[in-house]
Structure formats: C-alpha cells, structure tokens
Design a protein around this ligand. Structure first.
Ligand code: EPU
Length: 421
C-alpha cells in the first residue's frame, strides 16, 4: 500500500456546501445483515470507503454475491462456501465481528477471529458473546477465534452490562432468527442500531422498542430481502460542522440529519457558532471568539466519543479553558500530543483533557493512529498558520469519503500527496 499524506495550508475560511454521505457505521452492520436471508438485499447511498470495501471482500470470501451499482450495493447471500471470518480480515476491520450474529442465527455455526485491541482501547466483545449464550449458543474461544454453535437459537431475556453499539446490533440480528421472543435491556440507542432494527422489521422480524434501550424481538425462520437507504453519516456531519467553526467560515451540509447529532450541535452553539437546522441539511456560521466548553462523551443521545477529537481541535483555539472527559474508550487522546506539536496547550489527567485555548496553532507534520484522531488533525491544519502534513491518512480513508475533494470544493487548500515525494 502506497503511504499517502494530506498536505494542508491553513487559514482559509471555508464557504459553500458539502454533501453528506451514507453512514459508515450503518453500512457495515447492514452489509452483515444481508447474511440472514438468501434473498437479494440492496443498500442505497453506500459510501465509497475502505471499511466498506473490506466488508465487500469479506462477504465475497464467504461466497456471497456482491455487486456495486453506482451509489447502491446489492448483496445476495444465497450460496456460501464457508461461515468463517479469518484473522486477516478481522485485524483490518474490527467490525468484522458483526458477522457472528447473522451467521450464527442463520446457520447455527460461526467462526470469527477475535478482534483484539486497537489504538483507542482494549475493546472486548464479552457482551456480544454473553448475549449469544443467553440465546442458547455454545461459545468456545481457541487459537484466537470465537466459535459459536447452536442447533437453533432460542428467544431469551438478556441485560447488557454496558452500552455496546455493535454488541446490540449483533444480538438483535441473531435474535431475529431465534425461536420465540427475546428481550434485551440496556441496549445502545444509536441511530445506526435503530436502522438495523428497522431493516430487520422490513425483512420480516417483529421488533418493539426501536430507538429505546429495551428491544423485544420475535424471531422468524424466514427473513426476506430489503432495499433501504442509509442514514446520513452523523460523524462526517459533525466533522464538517467543526471545519466550518474552526475556520470561522460558513458551510451548508446537505443531507445532514440534525436530530442525529443534537448533543454536538448544542456544544458547538455553546462555543458561539450559529447553527440552523432545516429539512435539507444543517448550516453553520463560525464566530469569534470561540468560547470554551465542558463536555463528557457518553452513549447516544449524549455527546459521541467519535466527535471528541474534532471538538477538542476546535477548543484548542478557544478563549479560555475547556475540559473534555472521555468515558467510552480508555485510550482516545492520541491526538493530544500531536496537537501540542502544533502549539496547542493541552494536558491529560486520567480520562480528562484540559485544553487551554491559544490564539493560534502552527502547521507541523503530524501523525494519527486512528480515524477520528486523523480527522482532528486535518481540522487543526485547516486553522493553523502555514503547512500541516497529516501522515498515514489510510485511517481517514476508512471513514471519510473523498475528504480532500469535499474540503477543497469549499475553499480549503488541501492535497493528497505520496509519502515518498
Ligand atoms: N465493550 C465491552 N464489551 C463488549 C463491547 C464493548 O467492554 O462486549 C466496551 C468497549 O471496550 C468500549 C465501550 O464498551 O469501551 C463501547 O464500545 P461499543 O461496543 O459501543 O463500540 P463498537 O460497537 O465496537 C462502535 C463504532 C465506533 C464507536 C463506538 C462507540 C462501529 C463499526 N463502530 O464501536 O466507531 O466509537 O461504537 O460509539 O459502529 C469510528 O467510527 O471511528 C468508531 C470507532
């Protein structure tokens, strides 16, 4: 893989319109969901992202038919040559663990490599496995793999010990083909989970409580196909809202759904931005000075961990001191030391980052270790004086479609360059 970096000359206020794409974190579970039926499934508005391509590769390796048609993807899991996801895929994308629920539900057998930790935290999957066990599956861990078996899953009651997004998606996918009714409590309520539940309903499952933390699922042996559009990516939206704010510009984010990111909008308003919500999208008008804020990440509908790094970039330029507490992942401040190299005044104590606003940041060469931290560094680069180069942008390509062309269309000086040049 040729290493590429993003070269940004900061300082230009961004003005214009950005089209928001389909949500990555909805695309991945919906692609896994197609494994529950032999019928054809279609997902519209699919973003062109590395994680989506990895999921295509995984499904194709299972023997499933996958065809991309412009902005849609058609998947038909009629024939299979295996029900197993090897380490080589799972190490590239943790979300491969989403195959467990559908494969176990439909075939009574799944073998998926254990994902292991990643840059932002240890990220165990114990809750996924406990939910499967509650449904009657026998789980074995050996040679770095999870092997799940069940003659036929049985509906059951299960309470998640903590909020897990993919854990909830996995459990409801499995329960949708179990015999009888399942009741899951303390479920994640993220909009992506609701889309999974609504799609399962379109396939023939009966689900009550969608959008709440208690989901009741009546399984069905024969789930049918579906044809659904993805919801807009709320984290892409939030990232470009910050781009408008940090450059003191004015952006309209076409297709964005404000109801999916109220906590982010609220915090940005607290920093002083003017944000208008309308049915076609969201408009942001940056303001100076940027006011400091206090924030804590928490599951939906609270402030998302996936927006913590981007907001932190903005607060580096605030007029005063902000505190950010990260409560979801234990190691999600990797961007802090890179921002300090750009002149930000930051310190971390446990799970809290203290951000003392500075009047400006300076361009530097920086490197991130995960997707959202990389986005944060691009945002900082857009506002910094001089040239910033963000290295290892393959992280960005996992979750942001054509970021440099979307940003340059609204006035950013940003180019993708080969690392060797
Ligand atoms: N956790 C456990 N046990 C489990 C499951 C989770 O201890 O069985 C812990 C995790 O270690 C973490 C917390 O619970 O501390 C929440 O993890 P969750 O399971 O909700 O995260 P996830 O489902 O693996 C999804 C998104 C992430 C996003 C988180 C939190 C997808 C594909 N990924 O991950 O997205 O940060 O929810 O909202 O939906 C990203 O897009 O950059 C990204 C990392």
């Amino acid at each position: 893989m040729a290493l590429e970096r993003m070269r940004i000359v900061g300082g230009a206020p961004l003005r214009g319109e950005i089209e928001i794409g389909g949500a990555k974190n909805a695309a991945l579970p919906l692609m896994a969901l197609t494994l529950l039926t032999p019928q054809s499934c279609r997902i519209q508005n699919i973003p062109d992202l590395q994680d989506v391509s990895t999921m295509v590769e995984i499904l194709s390796a299972l023997g499933v038919k996958v065809a991309r048609k412009e902005r849609a993807i058609e998947i038909q899991a009629e024939t299979f040559n295996k029900t197993e996801a090897p380490y080589d895929f799972v190490r590239r994308m943790r979300a491969s663990v989403l195959l467990l629920g559908p494969l176990l539900g439909r075939f009574g057998y799944a073998r998926v490599s254990l994902p292991g930790g990643c840059a932002i935290g240890v990220r165990p999957i114990d809750q996924h496995l406990k939910a499967f066990e509650a449904l009657g599956a026998e789980i074995q861990l050996s040679d770095g793999y999870v092997e799940a078996k069940a003659a036929r899953l049985q509906g059951a009651n299960f309470r998640f010990e903590l909020n897990t997004v993919t854990g909830t998606a996995n459990a409801i996918m499995a329960a949708s083909c179990a015999e009888g009714v399942s009741r899951f409590e303390n479920c994640a309520c993220e909009p992506e989970v609701s889309l999974v539940a609504e799609t399962l309903v379109a396939m023939g499952a009966k689900i009550r409580g969608i959008g709440t933390s208690t989901l009741e699922i009546e399984g069905s042996r024969e789930l049918g196909g579906f044809d659904v559009p993805l919801i807009p990516d709320r984290i892409e939206t939030g990232t470009y809202l910050v781009a408008g704010a940090i450059t003191n510009g004015e952006l309209f984010l076409r297709g964005a759904n404000a109801s999916h990111l109220q906590a982010v909008i609220e915090k940005l308003r607290e920093t002083g931005c003017t944000i208008t919500e309308d049915p076609a999208g969201i408009r942001i008008l940056g303001r100076r000075p940027i006011r400091p804020v206090q924030l804590e990440t928490a599951p939906f509908p609270s402030f998302p961990t996936d927006m913590q790094a981007q907001l932190l970039a903005l607060l580096c330029l605030a007029d005063g001191e902000s505190h950010i507490q990260e409560t979801i992942f234990e190691n999600r401040f990797m961007h802090v030391s890179e921002l300090m190299r750009m002149g930000a005044d930051l310190s971390i104590k446990g799970s809290v980052a203290t951000v003392k606003g500075v009047s400006r940041m300076e361009g530097a060469n920086v490197m991130a270790t995960d997707l959202r931290a990389s986005a944060c560094l691009v945002l900082a680069g857009l506002a910094a004086r001089g040239v910033t180069e963000v290295l290892r942008i393959y992280h960005l390509d996992r979750g942001y479609e054509r970021m440099e062309s979307k940003l340059s269309a609204v006035g950013a000086d940003i180019t993708r360059v080969q690392e060797s040049t």
